[in-house]
Design a protein around this ligand. Sequence first.
Ligand code: DC
Length: 240
Amino acid sequence: MAVKNVPHIGNMIIAIDGPAGAGKSTVAQKLARRLDLRYLDTGAMYRALTLKALRSHLDLDDEDKLASMAADMDLHMEYAYRRIPPYRVLMEGEDVTAAIRSREVSAHVSRVSSLPCVRKEMVRKQRSLAAGGGMIVEGRDVGTVVFPQADMKFYITASVKERARRRHREMKKDGYDVSLHTIQQEMIRRDNFDSTRKYNPLKRAPDAELVDTTGENVSQVVGKLLSLVTERAKEAGEAG
Ligand code: DC
């Protein structure tokens, strides 16, 4: 059921950051549905670029070529909660929703997303997609770099064991045969890379609410975020 009668929510930018497998996407999409907001998965943008670069056999260290590929890429991300699946990524008209989650893309996306010129281009796109507000934006640097003035920021995390278990479950469901140990190792490597890179690393914004989802189910987490957002919107209403 959607939350109604709270003014200001419809214009809010809500930033959700955190490491891989913390449950950001699930929570962000459910929150978007409850608040009737748009939803943007910035990780999907870096993944789509990585897929395109791999398919074109581009040198993944060629920053200029990757940045211009990012600028020219025809990418549409659609979220419609009544549809199954609700989230779809279209690149040059092709549905790449599943292809961008492949292990090959996951193995290279950190490298592509660490390049400053690529990030500048993506941040520009993300700001333009969120123009007008009313959007939940999920990623690694949304609260720190893309929207430092976001109306509400969350940093969602969970223990590495739990994050790996969740990703393992998802991958098994999608038909991938990978061991839990391998997934955990890959996750640790990617988190390390993402949070130690020089340019726009993964980190919690000082004003982001820290949400640890270890041992919590999705509806508990969504409920927590929902009450924090409505509280914030009411405060904004009272402040004029
Ligand atoms: O959320 P995800 O696993 O789909 O993200 C894929 C990769 O993209 C991840 O390794 C980090 C990177 N990323 C980023 O650097 N900045 C973002 N705003 C979103 C994702």
